[in-house]
Design a protein around this ligand. Structure first.
Ligand SMILES: Nc1ncnc2c1ncn2[C@@H]1O[C@H](COP(=O)(O)OP(=O)(O)OP(=O)(O)O)[C@@H](O)[C@H]1O
Ligand SMILES: O=C(O)C1=C[C@@H](O)[C@@H](O)[C@H](O)C1
Ligand SMILES: [Mg+2]
Length: 176
């Protein structure tokens, strides 16, 4: 979900593992040369989703071990979910709507939350997306309380336990 900590946890995990960190939202912004919020206003959500699918396909062919943070709506398309599952280990950072409301109450960068009641919108997004996040994920991280550092540590442990860091279970990309 937007605000669940994907970008923050990916940065921390990348530091701990010594892996590259890529964020699909940042990759899109570099490509379009403007904030995603402005692209949404100019071209609409469907054009953004097309771009997101294209950028994700590129990000899922990394040249080095990579932690990938995605945008919150990446799961809306089957093709994205299938690509994520096939090419990475996917962690769903599951956070309560109340916690998301607290974190995002001063945020103006997330276009889907502008000009609406954020609590109601987040409830709608959650109802629509929770099943899709679950479909895409290999692991669910219950993330209501843990700190960014705590979540990154938990994910690293799962990777170690699953043999993904010692060459047994190849995980060239980690997506959150
Ligand atoms: N575990 C946490 N505890 C407290 N605050 C957090 C936690 N994780 C993230 N935050 C804060 O919540 C805000 C949103 O985090 P972040 O940008 O990492 O979310 P995101 O999942 O990448 O969102 P988006 O889908 O919009 O890209 C930031 O201000 C971040 O510092
Ligand atoms: O939840 C969403 O649909 C979005 C989340 C952000 O990460 C951005 O990808 C964009 O603002 C859309
Ligand atoms: Mg993010």
């Amino acid at each position: 979900m937007p605000g669940s900590g994907k970008s923050s946890v990916a940065r921390q995990l990348g530091r701990s593992l010594g892996w590259a960190v890529v964020d699909t939202d940042h990759a899109i912004e570099s490509r379009i040369g403007m904030p995603i919020r402005d692209f949404f206003s100019l071209h609409g959500e469907p054009a953004f989703r097309d771009l997101e699918t294209e950028v994700l396909a590129h990000c899922l062919q990394p040249t080095e071990p990579t932690v990938l943070a995605t945008g919150g709506g990446i799961v809306l398309r089957d093709v994205n979910r299938d690509a994520l599952r096939a090419r990475s280990k996917v962690f769903y950072l599951r956070t309560s709507v109340e916690e998301l409301v607290r974190r995002l109450r001063h945020d103006t960068s997330r276009p889907l939350l502008q000009g609406v009641d954020p609590r109601q919108k987040l409830h709608e997004l959650y109802a629509q997306r929770d099943p899709l996040y679950r479909k895409a994920a290999h692991y669910v991280v219950e993330a209501h309380r843990p700190s960014v550092m705590g979540m990154a540590h938990w994910i690293q442990m799962q990777l170690e336990l699953g043999g993904h860091l010692n060459g047994q279970g190849a995980a060239p990309t980690l997506s959150a």
